[in-house]
Design a protein. Structure first.
Length: 222
């Protein structure tokens, strides 16, 4: 039996995945950064709705075959156009580590960053990494999608842990969470949109907002 070289075999496997029948489900493959701290946070910060960490590896998410990271290197805008640290483009540059130079730091209070996928797309999952050098909790995390940059057409809220409606976007039912190297994985289930906006409102560390990376997984809409 003839054995293909490794590179060729990978190329064939990749082509097969892209050509897989519509409706076939595969595991969403995510490249995670290195953990920045050891152990599972045990002390729940007062005044938060943070969920208790399980200490277990996150279960895999199944998505349609051919799902890819649509947001890599895509344009980013935000409520704070001149960040205190870094550049808005770092939100989609592919760097997710907890290093000092990997995040963009926005101002205090309610802030947001927005990714333009450049074309309408069918989104299956969104991954969010705030600064995760320590197990802090970011407040009022809301993730929305829309068809237009002004968030008027086809707006969908896919995640909302602002249970007190502090941001004025509606009260959410999701819970706050500790930042870790895994990021926050949000299952979206085929929402069609071109723009993705991530809100936050400071953290248990301070009032500033730090975003490391946003990944939007899906396929261009047909």
């Amino acid at each position: 039996m003839r054995i293909l070289p490794i590179v060729a075999a990978l190329a064939v496997a990749g082509s097969a995945a892209l050509a897989a029948p519509a409706g076939k489900q595969v595991v969403l493959e995510v490249k995670l950064p290195k953990p920045a701290f050891v152990g599972t946070p045990k002390n729940i910060p007062p005044g938060t709705t943070v969920e208790k960490p399980s200490g277990k590896k996150r279960p895999p998410l199944m998505v349609p075959a051919g799902t890819v990271n649509l947001s890599l290197k895509k344009p980013v805008t935000g409520s704070y156009p001149n960040p205190l640290i870094g550049e808005l483009s770092q939100v989609t540059d592919g760097s997710k580590e907890a290093d000092e130079g990997s995040y963009v730091e926005l101002g205090k209070g309610k802030q947001w960053v927005q990714v333009d996928l450049k074309k309408p797309s069918t989104i299956q999952a969104i991954l969010v990494w705030h600064y995760h050098g320590d197990p802090r909790v970011y407040h009022d995390t809301v993730v929305q999608t829309a068809l237009d940059k002004d968030f008027i057409k086809g707006v969908t809220t896919v995640y909302n842990n602002d249970q007190n409606n502090t941001l004025g976007l509606g009260a959410g039912k999701d819970r706050e969470y500790f930042e870790t190297f895994e990021g926050r994985l949000i299952e979206v289930k085929g929402v069609k949109a071109r723009f993705v906006r991530l809100y936050s409102n400071g953290s248990t560390a301070d009032e500033l907002n730090r975003v490391t990376e946003v990944e939007v997984h899906g396929r261009p809409a047909e």
